[in-house]
Structure formats: C-alpha cells, structure tokens
Design a protein around this ligand. Structure first.
Ligand code: IPE
Ligand code: IPE
Ligand code: MG
Length: 274
C-alpha cells in the first residue's frame, strides 16, 4: 500500500507522517462534511464563492492522501438538499464549480485510479451538471485505487425514505416478505449499498451537528470535528484526524474489557467479529 517515495506525488514530510500510522487500522470509509467555505471567505472579506472555489481545490490532496494510506471510500458532503435554499446565485455558482471541478479532474482521476461516484438526488441537479457527472463516472469507472463519492443534493432522511418506499413497493409486488425486511435489507436499498459504513466522519469549521448527512450509515462512525475551516484543511490535518481515529476504542456496545482494553480503532468487520 505504501509506495516508494519516487512514485508518490506526496512530500517527504507527508510520507513521514503517514509512516506514523498503523496500517492495520486505517478507516475503510471516511466521510467528510466540508464546511466553512463562507466563513473562510468572510475572513478575507471575499465573496462566498471564492471560499467555495478554494474549498474545491482542497479536495485533490485529501483524495491523494486517502488513497496513499489505503482508504477505500471517501464520501464528501458537497451539496445538501437544504443547500437549495441558498441564494440563487450561490447555488448556480456551486453547480458551475462542481462541473468545472469534474472537467478538470477527470484526467487526473483516471491517471491516479480514482473512481468518481455520487449519491443524492442526482436528477435534481441542472442538466448540464448531470451530463458532466455521468461522463465523469463513466470515464473513471475502471479506477480501483479509491472511490471518491460525492454527496450531491443529498439528504439522509430522503435517502432512507426512498429506501422505505422501494421496500414497500417490493413487498406490495410480492417479491419481498415483510419478515425479510431487516437491517441488511434496508442497507441494500440505500445509495451507499456498495460501500461499508463510514468508520470516521470528519466535520470542519466546528459545527457539532450532522446536517442530515448519512443518518443511517454513521450509526457507529467515530466523529472528529475540527475548528479549521474547509479551505484551510490540509493533508496534515487529514492525517491528524486519521491518527485521532486510530487512538479511539471502538466498542460497538461492548465493554472495554471485551474489546481487549487496548486503545486503537479496530479495522471493522461489519460488527460481526468474535
Ligand atoms: C460548505 O461551506 C459548502 C457548502 C455547504 C456547499 P459553507 O458555504 O456552508 O460555509 P459556511 O458554513 O457558511 O462558513
Ligand atoms: C452541510 O453544511 C452541507 C455541506 C457541507 C455540503 P451546511 O453549512 O449546509 O450545514 P448547516 O446548515 O450549517 O447545518
Ligand atoms: Mg456551512
């Protein structure tokens, strides 16, 4: 997993930090609420859009480091259902930033083995953005190094509601029995079905809330909140979060003694180990 320096786009300093991690306890799935773009811009009395632009630039480095340490899925909260209520101009600009990001990044993602995916109400996005997104997904479909999963027009409650509706339809059609509706069945009907649940959820800019993000999937994620605003969030900050995660004891309802008393997040099976 850890490649020689010569193959890596990462600085020696970053590689040294990575070497401090426990390779056995790398989160498989990291979810991030990229918050604070507006406040960052405000700090420099810049328009909010400059914050969003700067925020988009931060993503590449985080993906590179995630890939380097062996994270399998990185889910980034990029636009919530509730964000549609922002001023029209800001929404429009966010959509164009997204489109521009995809156009610019697809060749790099292809070169790095990054597979772009998306969850959320994709059909609510402007048509041109939907087209670019579909193109980006197709162009990167062969990527095997890491999944970059963008949550776009995403709402955890809507996702769960849609799953309930789909399950109800199957029951009504007679293809599913009510007693077969268990937790794995619900999980299979979520848009995140192909991925393990996030092990670690990072939120930047200090807000202590979920803002409707992955409500089902975060049930047992470790939470890490930093006051750093997203445009200021560095790859070193990301590695700090991973280190903090590795220092956590994940109990999944058991006692510390049952876990073994030792510190450090275990690499999770789906809660079914021993
Ligand atoms: C996060 O930054 C980006 C999106 C929600 C699209 P914000 O725009 O929410 O920044 P703050 O919270 O106002 O600082
Ligand atoms: C959450 O941030 C959504 C994204 C980061 C895309 P918000 O800034 O929209 O969240 P609230 O409104 O402060 O909870
Ligand atoms: Mg915000």
């Amino acid at each position: 997993m850890m490649r020689a320096v010569a193959d890596s786009p990462l600085s020696q300093e970053l590689l040294d930090r990575i070497a401090l991690l426990d390779p056995e306890r790398v989160p498989r799935h990291v979810a991030i609420i990229m918050d604070g773009n507006g406040r960052w811009a405000q700090r420099f009395t810049l328009p909010r859009l400059d914050g969003h632009r700067r925020g988009a630039e931060v993503v590449e480095g985080i993906v590179d480091v995630g890939k380097e340490i062996g994270v399998e899925v990185l889910t980034l909260y990029s636009f919530s259902t509730e964000n549609w209520s922002r001023p029209k101009l800001e929404v429009a600009a966010l959509m164009q930033i997204l489109k521009g990001y995809l156009k610019k990044m697809v060749p790099k993602m292809q070169a790095k083995g990054v597979r772009l995916e998306a969850i959320g109400a994709i059909d609510a996005l402007p048509h041109d953005v939907q087209k670019t997104l579909a193109w980006a997904r197709a162009e990167t479909a062969a990527g095997e190094a890491i999944v970059l999963n963008l949550a776009l027009s995403y709402s955890g409650r809507q996702e769960i509601t849609a799953a309930a509706r789909a399950i109800a339809a199957e029951v009504a059609a007679g293809t599913l029995r009510p007693e077969e509706v268990d937790e794995p069945c619900v999980a299979r009907h979520l848009q995140t079905a192909p991925y393990p649940d996030p092990d670690l959820m990072i939120r930047t800019s200090g807000e202590l809330r979920l803002s409707n993000f992955l409500l089902w999937q975060l049930a047992y994620a470790e939470l890490y909140v930093t006051d750093t605003l997203w445009p200021d969030f560095t790859t070193a900050d990301f590695l700090d979060a991973i280190r903090a995660y590795q220092g956590r004891e994940r109990r999944f309802g058991r006692t510390g003694e049952q876990i073994g008393g030792g510190r450090g997040a275990t690499r999770p099976g789906m809660g079914d180990e021993g």
